[in-house]
Design a protein around this ligand. Structure first.
Ligand code: ZN
Ligand code: ZN
Length: 95
């Protein structure tokens, strides 16, 4: 099998689907790739990013360790999920 040139559906760049890769794909009964290796790794990196972008915090209220999806601001109180929800529902009652 010769190397094949494929146009990446994401960045529209041509990339080489090498003989070696083709064999791997056909052995696993997979379709030929639609994205170049770069776009594939970008996609993979994005997936990982989502997992890692959680920040560990110590709740100001109960002292519990928790993670939040945003970077806590220095000098501002951070709450764990439970306390955050409790304070939110309290606020709703107050208003
Ligand atoms: Zn690409
Ligand atoms: Zn708490």
């Amino acid at each position: 099998m010769p190397d094949v040139e494929i146009t990446c559906i994401q960045c529209k760049e041509m990339f080489i689907f090498s003989e070696q890769e083709q064999e791997k794909f056909y052995q696993r009964n997979m379709m030929s790739p639609q994205r170049c290796a770069q776009c594939r790794s970008k996609k993979f990196a994005k997936k990982n990013e989502g997992k890692e972008s959680r920040y560990e915090i110590v709740c100001d209220h109960c002292g519990k360790h928790d993670t939040v999806p945003f970077q806590p601001k220095v000098g501002r109180s951070v709450y764990c999920k439970d306390c955050h929800e409790a304070s939110r529902s309290k606020a709703r009652v107050a208003s």
